[in-house]
Design a protein around this ligand. Structure first.
Ligand code: ADP
Length: 255
């Protein structure tokens, strides 16, 4: 089914860790249905931005609006329930649950109350679980790892674990998906499949924000690119324009 992508609008976002100003008044926006990449050297604040947008950190100053609603200061659970899903650099799955069960857990962000009430009415629960299982298998198939459905998540390679996280986010009804370095450690063949997968998720209508070092991937899939350098926006615009900017390339060389 189509996904009604949510827009993300960040303005004046700052975050300090002790003496380190990880983000210094950052503006960033991802229109509904876009694929916006955040690139930049290590330590430039990319993951911090994702953590603030998804409610894992609170900020010192600024605004984060998702679907037009201010979410800065809301809990990660509340933000997830609004339709924001994410993946992590180091995947966060329940290692000793199967891939399928991990994806099914995604349903909790979407309909926690429903599931609980269902579990209390047993005859209904069996049907409900069967329905959720089928849906979860559909998402695993969509991301290309249906053959791993019954494997413990901890026993699949990291690249596949990130795909399972994408399936879990989709199961949770995510309309804005934040991907933190999904291409890290992937083979060329896996990279190509990731590129196709992100394209298909966008075709469904979801908004994607991707932090990624793999600039070829970014050039192929991103509608917008923002370059962070030491917590500030160094450049932003269309991939072709940004990647031709000499200052941007110097920031990378200086890494
Ligand atoms: P990037 O994702 O671009 O590599 P990060 O957002 O991870 O950069 O980090 C930006 C800066 O903030 C770095 O100097 C990093 O050391 C610091 N930082 C990030 N998270 C924390 C944290 N939880 N505690 C202390 N410092 C942090």
């Amino acid at each position: 089914p189509p996904i009604a992508g949510l827009p993300l609008e960040i303005s004046g976002l700052s975050k300090r860790f002790g003496g380190v100003l990880a983000l210094d008044g950052v503006d960033f926006s991802a229109p509904a249905g876009s694929c916006c990449a955040i690139v930049g050297p290590n330590g430039s604040g990319k993951t911090t931005l994702l953590n603030l947008a998804s409610g894992y950190y609170t900020s010192d100053a600024g605004s984060v609006r998702i679907g037009g609603v201010e979410t800065l200061g809301s809990s990660a659970q509340k933000i997830a329930a609004r339709g924001i899903g994410r993946t992590f650099q180091t995947p966060r799955l329940v290692a000793d649950l199967t891939a399928l069960d991990n994806v099914m857990l995604g349903a909790f962000t979407r309909e926690r109350a429903n599931l609980l009430s269902t579990a209390l009415r047993l005859p209904h629960a069996r049907e409900e679980v069967r329905r959720l299982r089928k849906e979860a298998l559909g998402f695993l198939d969509f991301v290309g790892v249906a053959d791993r459905a019954d494997t413990d998540a901890g026993e699949t390679p990291h690249g596949q674990q990130r795909l399972i996280e994408i399936a879990r986010a989709m199961m949770g009804g995510a309309r804005l998906i934040l991907l933190d370095e999904p291409a890290a450690g992937l083979s060329m063949a896996e990279l190509e499949r990731l590129e196709q997968l992100i394209t298909r998720i966008r075709e469904l209508g979801a908004t994607i924000v991707i932090v990624e070092h793999h600039l070829d991937l970014v050039a192929n899939i991103a509608t917008h690119v923002t370059v962070l350098d030491r917590g500030t926006v160094l450049a932003a615009g269309k991939p072709a324009t940004v990647f031709n900017d000499a200052g941007v390339m110097r920031a990378y060389m200086g890494e």
